[in-house]
Design a protein around this ligand. Structure first.
Ligand SMILES: Cc1cc2nc3c(=O)[nH]c(=O)nc-3n(C[C@H](O)[C@H](O)[C@H](O)COP(=O)(O)OP(=O)(O)OC[C@H]3O[C@@H](n4cnc5c(N)ncnc54)[C@H](O)[C@@H]3O)c2cc1C
Length: 355
């Protein structure tokens, strides 16, 4: 991916000590990295490998810090991926490959694709973070997931020091999930991602109710990719807290998926419960509804709270430690378990309590 914007290959990565991570995570949690290195060019990873950097400890890879919670002062070194660069390639079948460096800002890439008339990621506007993190949890919003447009990615294998390409099938994408959160956790560093987008005959997705309602309210019956992009941006600005105003990491938990039997039992007690059928016999329940019903919407305990407009978002009202936020999340989990017999799983990556 190296291009004019990236640093020269020979720049040796600088390892810094005691770096403050508070401005580098959107929850705004205070944490200090004992060792910190920022990567501007993929070849710097190979240099680190040759210097034995990875022999001692596997680093915590950091993108925009919008989907992780630092529980405490990380022992492991923090490696921030800042590789930039964008590249567009037209294909014979009329589609377009858009390749971007891992450190590129995701929303800016979506904006860029709209400016170039490329369709496919307009529903994923305004998701904070970097391109390199997008495949880790297969980001999704408003009826579209990264996997729908994903072509391949290049990753650096920490153990071998080699670069490898992963196809969509190899990434094993699932709901907020991929092979990088499971079998390959802590083993690879994503360097660039390539998306396959449409140049003409865009395959628009406006099935998501909130998006559809918004377009109707604007009297847009035949939307363009730009209309969808603008609508998603407007909806998100109205609904979600901006991390620059109040610390948060977006949805703290995943929406639970229930078997038909669990779903029917629950529905008999809560006929008004919203749900989406996601397989032949599986149902997704909005975690926000469960948390709200359990009495947590807008609730504040010390420096931590649950957002007033969206119960799925845990917010840092200022000065909250990673542990305070984590304990708040545990209390929500316990309360949902006691009320509905459902285990909520965190969507946010908790750094500090992994094995
Ligand atoms: C207000 C708000 C709204 C949000 N809305 C959505 C939404 O609608 N849909 C959605 O899916 N997510 C959403 N999120 C979550 C978040 O934006 C995404 O998960 C995003 O992809 C995280 O990107 P990041 O660069 O900040 O990743 P980070 O938080 O820095 O890292 C996330 C994980 O990925 C790993 N990682 C990061 N970069 C790399 C790399 N290059 N190689 C290997 N591993 C890496 C990290 O180690 C960590 O485990 C939201 C967050 C916020 C704050």
């Amino acid at each position: 991916m190296p291009n004019a914007q990236t640093k020269s290959v020979s720049d040796k990565p600088v390892i810094r000590e005691n770096v403050n991570l508070a401005p580098l995570n959107t929850l705004g949690v205070e944490a200090v990295a004992r060792r910190f290195v920022e990567i501007d060019h993929p070849n710097q990873l190979r240099q680190l490998h040759d210097d034995g950097f990875f022999d001692r400890q596997i680093p915590i890879v950091l993108g925009g810090g919008s989907n992780l919670l630092f529980l405490n002062r990380p022992d492991r070194p923090v490696l921030k991926m800042s590789v930039s660069g964008r590249d567009i390639e037209a294909r014979e079948d009329g589609s377009v490959l858009l390749k971007a460096g891992a450190g590129e800002n995701w929303h800016q890439l979506v904006k860029h694709s709209i400016e170039k008339g490329l369709g496919g990621i307009e529903n994923l506007a305004l998701i904070p973070g970097t391109v390199g993190a997008a495949p880790i949890q297969n980001i999704g919003a408003y009826g579209v997931e990264l996997k729908d447009v994903f072509h391949n990615l290049t990753a650096f294998e920490i153990e071998t020091g080699k670069f490898r390409t992963y196809t969509a099938a190899e990434c094993n994408f699932g709901y907020r999930d991929s092979i990088f959160k499971r079998e390959l956790k802590n083993q690879v560093i994503v360097c660039d991602v390539t998306l396959q987008l449409t140049k003409n005959a865009h395959d628009l997705n406006v099935d998501y109710k909130g998006l559809n309602d918004h377009l109707e309210s604007k009297k847009i019956s035949d939307p363009t990719i730009k209309d969808i992009f603008n609508s998603v941006v407007e909806i998100r600005r109205a609904k979600l807290p901006d991390p620059s105003d109040i610390g948060n990491a977006g949805s703290f938990f995943k929406n639970p998926v229930l078997s038909e039997e669990q779903f029917e039992t629950l529905r008999s007690n809560y006929p008004e419960m919203p749900s989406y059928k996601v397989g032949d016999d599986e149902y997704k329940i909005p975690a926000a509804w469960l948390i709200e019903k359990a009495g947590w919407k807008g609730k504040r305990v010390g420096n931590v709270g649950t957002y007033k407009n969206q119960a799925l978002v845990i917010v840092n009202h200022g000065g909250a430690t990673g542990e305070e936020i984590y304990n708040h999340a545990l209390k929500i989990q316990e309360s949902v378990r006691n009320t509905f017999d459902i285990d909520l799983r965190p969507e946010v990556n908790i750094v500090g309590n992994e094995s």
